[in-house]
Design a binder for this molecule. Structure first.
Ligand SMILES: NC(=O)c1ccc[n+]([C@@H]2O[C@H](COP(=O)([O-])OP(=O)(O)OC[C@H]3O[C@@H](n4cnc5c(N)ncnc54)[C@H](O)[C@@H]3O)[C@@H](O)[C@H]2O)c1
Ligand SMILES: N[C@@H](CCC=O)C(=O)O
Length: 517
């Protein structure tokens, strides 16, 4: 009998054996950096002369891996192969499909330090952030495997005399999976395995900044979990160059995307256009950006609020869609909270995250480095720089110190636009009502938190703070699979909930069958 789903516990690195295991993994993976990886289409490894490199953000001269660069032709070939594989995979029993996930989860659990090490090198995660990413990936597989079994058989309908009626969830077809680089393992694993568990086949185009961790996972799925050829196809390449081909293909049935608003909207629009030979309306699951706020009122525990703001704003260098990038503080406690946050932030350390003492690593690449610096300049003109702002030479690593800018107006660019870096705007609200109004004034609606001791206000926020993940008296990052199903409203996406009880259904269609006797 399958045990109930429980989130994977986090690693305690203060235990020497765990810290030693992590060091051993960093050394092992360190020896594997710089290798070349082929495409995988229908079980065939395809090596190409044209490659691109994934770099270590903390040491950009270090190549994490070189990747065959898929072209439009490879994208089309991968969709065709996945369509053929679907004809077999769709008939595999849900329990059997789930077992591939459980096996993959077990292997990843055994090799979790190694997967963490890849995240440290490839996207500059601290040990703790890498651990959370791997734990979430394991959770997705354990959770979606169980969901697949739950939804695999006939679902209950109302009885009717003289007939047998049933409703079944059946798969949709070829699913193009387009993940971001920030939860480079967890989100990629979540979207891929949800599709597979529901009976679809996958064409996975990893994010260009994090193909190495995706290659490790695909290898695990195929070589260690034994997934049949063609069920998952791996086509690293430039999203700009071949992303449209994957989205546009007439045999693409589902697009599961997580990333920026700009690319999400592009996919939404393109996938709505019927292609020659296409006989369905494409399903899109689009999880997009955020501009998330923590509200603090005058009744709150201000120390707890400051701790949560710092953790939510600067964990993984602020590169979470859930990150707190706006602290909305009621006037009477504004100066006090600002001081507490600045004081705590000063204690954060930043550097090469192979060193466990570092709280923060580098931002992901030169593009992110440039964009964040531009926003810091904008912020300096819109408010009062309290901390950070200065950066070093990006050739030595894309390091941006935690930056706090106070006295940002609610309608300023720093208050409304997603920066995706360690930049926190402090915004003063006249009172609680004003604070709640500011909290809702962006086009996004992903996460948010409220610190207050007033039950009445928390209930008001419960009703009126329009975000997909709302937290009271805790940080606004770190949702757990199955515990806090994750996903946002408005321009944060198509209102889906990753790690939620209905997520797998997005990868299915329901068929009703009536047998009259
Ligand atoms: N809502 C959520 O759950 C969630 C979770 C994580 C990240 N995000 C968001 O992701 C963004 C950061 O990730 P990113 O920088 O990787 O985003 P991005 O939009 O730049 O890239 C996402 C993916 O889209 C691909 N892509 C690029 N152009 C494409 C095209 N024309 N067609 C198809 N695919 C294309 C990229 O190669 C990548 O794999 C932030 O906005 C963040 O808020 C949202
Ligand atoms: N699910 C993650 C955020 C994912 C996006 O970056 C969290 O809850 O912090």
């Amino acid at each position: 009998m399958l045990p109930d789903y429980r989130p994977e516990p986090f690693v305690d690195f203060s235990v020497k054996a765990n810290a030693d295991a992590m060091r051993t993994a960093l050394s092992k993976v360190g020896d594997e950096l710089g290798r070349t990886y082929p495409l995988l289409i229908g079980g065939e490894h395809i090596e190409l002369a044209d490659t691109f490199d994934s770099l270590n953000p903390a040491k950009p001269s270090q190549v994490v891996g070189s990747f065959a660069k898929a072209t439009v032709e490879h994208a089309n070939q991968a969709v065709e192969v996945a369509a053929t594989a679907f004809e077999t995979w769709r008939n595999v029993a849900a329990e059997e499909r789930a077992r591939y996930l459980f096996r993959a989860a077990a292997v990843m659990r055994r090799r979790k330090f190694e997967f963490m090490a890849w995240l440290v090198y490839e996207v500059s995660k601290s040990w703790a952030e890498a651990d959370a990413d791997v734990a979430e990936a394991i959770d997705f597989m354990e959770y979606y495997g169980r969901q697949a079994i739950k939804f695999g058989g006939p679902q209950p309908v109302v009885a009717y005399n003289g007939e047998e009626n049933e409703l079944r969830y059946i798969p949709l077809g070829v699913t193009v999976v387009i993940p971001p680089w920030n939860f480079a393992l967890a989100i990629m694993v979540g979207m891929t395995t949800a599709a597979i568990a529901a009976g679809n086949t996958v064409v996975l185009k990893p994010a260009s900044a994090s193909p190495a961790i995706a290659a490790q996972f695909v290898r695990l799925l195929v070589e260690e979990a034994g997934l049949p050829d063609g069920v998952v196809n791996f086509v690293p390449g430039s999203g700009g160059a071949m992303g449209d081909a994957l989205v546009d293909h007439a045999k693409t049935r589902v697009i599961a995307f997580t990333g920026s608003k700009e690319i999400g909207l592009r996919i939404f629009e393109r996938s709505a256009k019927l292609q020659p030979g296409q006989i369905w309306l494409k399903r899109t699951i689009l999880e997009m950006g955020g501009k998330d706020g923590i509200v603090v009122d005058e009744t709150a525990d201000l120390d707890a609020a400051a701790d949560a703001i710092v953790a939510s704003a600067f964990g993984f260098q602020g590169q979470k869609c859930s990150a707190c990038s706006r602290a909305i503080i009621v006037e009477s406690v504004y100066d006090s909270v600002l001081k507490k946050v600045v004081d705590r932030t000063k204690k954060l350390t930043m550097g090469d995250p192979t060193d466990p003492k570092q709280h923060m690593g580098a931002v992901v690449d030169q593009k992110a480095f440039d964009k964040i610096r531009e926003y810091i300049e904008i912020g300096k003109s819109e408010g009062r720089l309290m901390l950070g702002g200065e950066t070093g030479d990006p050739a030595d690593g894309y390091f941006i110190p935690p930056t706090i800018i106070a006295d940002i107006a609610p309608e300023a660019r720093l208050s409304l636009e997603e920066i995706f870096g360690p930049v926190l705007a402090f915004i003063k609200a006249n009172d609680w009502k004003h604070a709640l109004q500011i909290a809702n004034n962006t086009e996004y609606g992903l996460t948010g938190a409220v610190f207050s001791r007033s039950r009445e206000r928390l209930e008001e926020a419960r009703r009126d703070f329009h975000v997909g993940n709302l937290y009271f008296n805790r940080k606004c990052t770190g949702a757990l699979v199955g515990v806090q199903p994750f996903g946002g409203f408005n321009m944060s996406g198509t209102d889906s909930k990753a790690g939620g009880p209905d997520y797998l259904l997005l990868f299915t269609q329901a068929k009703t069958i009536t047998d009259r006797f």
